[in-house]
Design a protein around this ligand. Structure first.
Ligand SMILES: Cc1cc2nc3c(=O)[nH]c(=O)nc-3n(C[C@H](O)[C@H](O)[C@H](O)COP(=O)(O)O)c2cc1C
Length: 437
């Protein structure tokens, strides 16, 4: 069972069923939407988001106001809006949690986004495996329609604005925005080359499309209701506000926790995750999910914000904090994640298709005791070849994983080679030890 603490803004406690609209309205819910419909001033909404400094919570940390501005000002007037609720990355569960337990805030954020950029059609691309979240969202949308907040002639304004759930039978890559848009048009979920195919210019049906993450959009009604200064009250100068951290792996309390950006990794693990179980210690942590470099126990005081982690050679991603304890064989762990990347590669870019296969095969050889010292150099060579290639960052993630594992735990790889076997009594299961659900 996931445990969830509600200390701050997005995860405010709610009474009754999560999809119940009355509790949301009583707490000021849909006030921001009413104001946006009344004022019809997209520039004001965008300015407030820029002042707040909201950055995308889907992985890249791109400034939300800048993205909205680009779509809202586009010379092409046929535009679309898509909320990205793919969330297929191991260890990240925050979006499905928000949809299931706070659907009205997401609906309000989506409505504001769609109207602000002038979208003619709006979708929530939802991972079809999230049945409870879908149920909650569909009921909440019905309630919003029944109150005139969504659908035809919204709030008596004469404008029509509805949201459709698009069932995404996705994969990890299908969460990448251009791949997601491809799959929504009935084509294989394969990323497109950027530039030129940024969704803000060339999205759904070749038209400007605003794509935002669930958590990003859920912050929007709160920013408009309470103001940019309120949002900036916590967090750091360049990474303001709070973020949802999905904490998993070797912790006592895996779950979704909201904390200000800039909170140290140590506090996230100890205060939120309850520390490492069974008296064990931390061997490594992935601060931003499997696609960003892992760090060692000496780096636990790193502030969890977009820029500090980038400077430290890793990244925040969508804040899926995965903790690895000292009972884990790092070669076996690296293998489990390399297998994940190989399976999830869409196969479109040769460097990714071949690179992820080679990395997995070499790591598997070493783990099984057939590796040589030369394989360690070969691994690094392949990482160098494939890093930064491809139409998305999947193969870069696969390379960064191996590089950071070799940088921190080369001695473990060497021990496998020297002993011609895995020298560790404990090995993780075939899949990475992360809580998903
Ligand atoms: C392999 C891959 C998978 C991704 N999966 C997701 C996802 O599940 N959800 C998401 O919001 N963004 C995902 N992204 C990032 C999106 O491409 C995009 O940057 C994001 O949806 C934009 O929203 P934001 O600006 O609100 O963060 C993924 C990116 C990559 C490269």
């Amino acid at each position: 069972m996931m445990e969830t603490q509600s200390p701050l803004r997005l995860l405010t406690p709610h009474d009754g069923e999560p999809w119940d609209i009355d509790g949301y309205l009583a707490g000021g819910g849909y006030d921001a939407w009413r104001r946006v419909v009344r004022d019809r001033d997209p520039g004001r909404v965008i300015d407030e988001l820029k002042l707040a400094g909201l950055r995308g919570r889907g992985g890249a940390g791109f400034p939300t106001g800048v993205k909205w501005d680009k779509v809202a000002r586009h010379r092409v007037t046929e535009r679309y809006f898509v909320c990205n609720a793919g969330e297929h990355e191991p260890g990240t569960v925050k979006d499905r949690y928000l949809i299931q337990h706070h659907p009205h805030r997401l609906i309000e954020g989506c409505c504001i986004a769609a109207l602000t950029v002038g979208a003619g059609e709006s979708y929530i691309y939802l991972n079809a495996e999230f049945l409870d979240a879908r149920d909650s969202l569909a009921r909440a949308m019905e309630q919003a329609r029944a109150r005139g907040l969504l659908g035809k002639n919204v709030l008596g304004s004469g404008a029509d604005l509805d949201l459709k759930i698009f069932d995404g039978h996705g994969s990890y890559v299908a969460g990448e925005e251009t791949a997601m848009l491809e799959s929504m048009q009935g084509r294989p979920a394969q990323p497109k080359e950027k530039p030129p195919f940024y969704p803000t210019d060339f999205g759904l049906h070749g038209k400007p499309t605003l794509v935002n993450n669930v958590e990003t959009l859920s912050h929007v009604p709160l920013i408009l209701r309470h103001g940019a200064a309120w949002f900036r009250d916590v967090g750091t100068e360049r990474s303001p506000g709070t973020m949802l951290f999905s904490v998993s792996g070797a912790v006592n309390r895996p779950g979704v926790y909201e904390r200000p950006l800039g909170t140290s990794l140590r506090r996230i693990i100890e205060e939120c995750g309850g520390g490492v179980p069974d008296g064990r210690s931390i061997k490594a942590v992935f601060p931003g999910g499997p696609s960003f470099a892992m760090v060692g126990p000496d780096d636990l005081d790193l502030p969890m914000d977009f820029d500090a982690l980038k400077q430290a050679g890793t990244g925040l991603g969508s804040a899926g904090v995965m903790v690895v304890d000292d009972a884990t064989c790092m070669v076996a762990h690296t293998l489990a994640l390399s297998t994940f990347f190989r399976k999830e590669s869409c196969g479109q870019c040769p460097s990714c298709r071949i690179g992820t296969e080679h990395l997995e095969t070499l790591v598997a050889n070493i783990e099984e005791g057939h590796g040589t010292q030369g394989d360690l150099d070969k691994l690094l060579q392949i990482c160098g070849f494939v890093k930064g290639t491809g139409y998305c960052t999947l193969v870069t993630g696969a390379a960064v994983l191996v590089q950071s594992s070799l940088r921190l735990f080369r001695h473990e790889f060497e021990a496998h080679v020297a002993q011609r076997a895995c020298p560790f009594p404990f090995r993780p299961a075939a899949e990475p030890a992360v809580a998903v659900g």
